[in-house]
Design a binder for this molecule. Sequence first.
Ligand code: 3H9
Length: 706
Amino acid sequence: MPEGTLVRFENVDGIGVITIDNPPVNALSPGVPEGIVENVERSNADPAVRAMVLIGAGRSFIAGADIRTFGTRRAPPVEGRRTHQILDASQKPVVAAIHGYALGGGLEIALASHYRIAVPSAKVGLPEVLIGILPGSGGTQRLPRLIGPKAAMEMITSGRHVPAEEAHRLGIIDELAPEGGLREAAIAMARRVADTRLVPRIRDRDDKLAEAKADPGIFEAMRKSIARRARNQKAPYNCIAAVEAACNLPFEDGIRRERELFDELENSAEARALRYAFFAEREVAKLPDIPRDTPLRPIKTAAIVGAGTMGGGIAMSFAEFDFPVKLLEASQEALDRGLSRIRANYETSVKRGSLTEAEMNRRLALIEPVTRYDDIGQCDVVIEAVFERIPVKEEVFKKLDQVMKPGALLYTNTSGIDIDIIANVTKRPQDVAGTHFFAPANVMKLFEVVKGAKSAPDTLATAMDLGRKIGKISGMAGNGDGFVANRSRTPFGTEMNIMVEEGALPEQVDKVMVDFGYPIGPFSTADLSGLDIGYDSRQRRAQQDPNYRKMQIADMIVEMGRLGQKTGAGWFRYEKGDRTPHPDPELAQKIREKAAELGIAQRTFNDEEILRRLLFASVNEACKILEEGKVYRASDIDVMWLGGFNFPRYRGGLMYWADTIGVAEVYRQIQAWHQQYGARWAPSPFLRRLAETGTPLREAKPSRPM
Ligand code: 3H9
């Protein structure tokens, strides 16, 4: 068949090599499954073919079903004629040859094949749960038969990508092939097995299912273990139910049950939101004003200035992804403190079992502490993470300008200082941009790249790419107070404080947001970060702006010495050595007294009102950001909320969620609160236009280019 066909066939001395060629990731788009089926059937009918190899062209085996086709009208699959069923029924053996990714429907095709060979760099997995569905092409029935229900449930409910070597140990992969030699090794394997009389089929195995027969409690235990992270979601539970069916039903009945459970999910609200989030996270990488082919600056070595909590977390992000990184602090003492914090973080992970000691040592060896600016001059990129004060940052950038080699990228991790002020103290403002990490920097996914007035296109494109290389999701923001992520989050913070002044309690607000899907509530989060930081910035703001609305209760708490977890009390009370927040009646009393002193009337709040007050305030601000052209697209704001603030992913993001309520209703409510509470709720004219035209918030285009 000619190049350009989705599925090609070639007879290599009796081995039929079936190549899937659907760039970029060989998704199973219309035409691909049909092409596989046609070639498998033809090979079975052709005496000149003894066995087959199924392999992917380009960078992957098969990344799964084509997600774009979900939720659209598709012809239902014809039972018995589905790709996995045809492969399974093949009388001649099929070897799946895996490189890159074998995910979802891709791994399911490999499981329906009779042998699996992979290069060590390959990854396999069933990540359907991450887009709100379950493996619907036999994966939930075959994987437990191959590796046992417990291991299968762990893989299917987490959706994680399993490296080939681990997959080999688990029994998913039969053989490992040398990198670069996959095709030859797979053809050789096919030759070896070509004359097998009994083609091995996973469906016929049940030895591994004995685990569930011996202990039927494993399913309930699994449901319990995921209860926290699977809150409000259906897909993870359907995944477990499907594996349970694999253990209790004959294979064909199990396949039917899997299909039913899949059908329940495909169009669920959570699946739609998760699909949206998947594509929004790909869209955010596209830079409309920077050509795609802009050459990137090579980055092999990095430096971080400042070994505080943020700087240390950033260094850890680099080390995790194999970048040698120099950590600079002028004083040896501060450097030592920073390094011991990094070590302590790693040790906690080792104790928890999420990191091996060897990996900890490998990462620590990549972080080189230095005390002189001259030591970092040859690094390709430097990220400044010093104290958040303009003169301090200016001082650092003057030094960087002196020592860094020409072409080095100079990034600042400021969370709010004007990038141009920083850039303009150097003679190379084109090399300067913001790269804003979110705390904890080694954990949170968002990497907000901030565009200065003079930032060169390759300075920005390289920053976006760098974020990706250290496992983050990069999003571009225009320069301006708070950039995009924090600016859109600020009104949420304001409202939570004001509601407490008006009679809501921190524990009620936290419960509403946890029930909504946040891992922890906003007041507990504030206690975790420390309340003094917000206090300082409020004091500064109040000095600069005579109209600044003071947060009297938040200030009172800090002035009482309650700085959060680190002092054993903040918005909540903490037992020694325990991070569990306990409501504090004493504090509640103090809050009421303060409110009385301020003359603020007290009332009760219902949960819906709390949720809306917090999130609508932010939607309104997001509209102002779009109006000012400080972001490329509305969905980028959603990506930032998912990666920066732990907004529940199965709700899509701030704007996507607001659309589930409806732009007209959001506008109506904001108008009503404008009447009631005054200026801070003035609706953005941009929002008004969206409401008038019925344009979904998530599709809103900014009013002007960034
Ligand atoms: C499934 O299989 C269901 C079955 O059980 C059957 C049920 C009946 N579909 O991420 P990248 C696009 S569910 C459509 O930047 P990377 C992506 O949008 C599926 N498009 O690359 C992007 O397009 P664009 C289970 C897809 O190298 C381009 O490919 N599988 C799909 O960073 C490059 O993507 C999954 O959930 C797809 N399946 O990462 C895997 N995959 O350039 C989903 C990618 O226009 N995919 N695209 O923006 C991934 O996790 C990553 O793409 C992957 C590569 C790890 C493969």
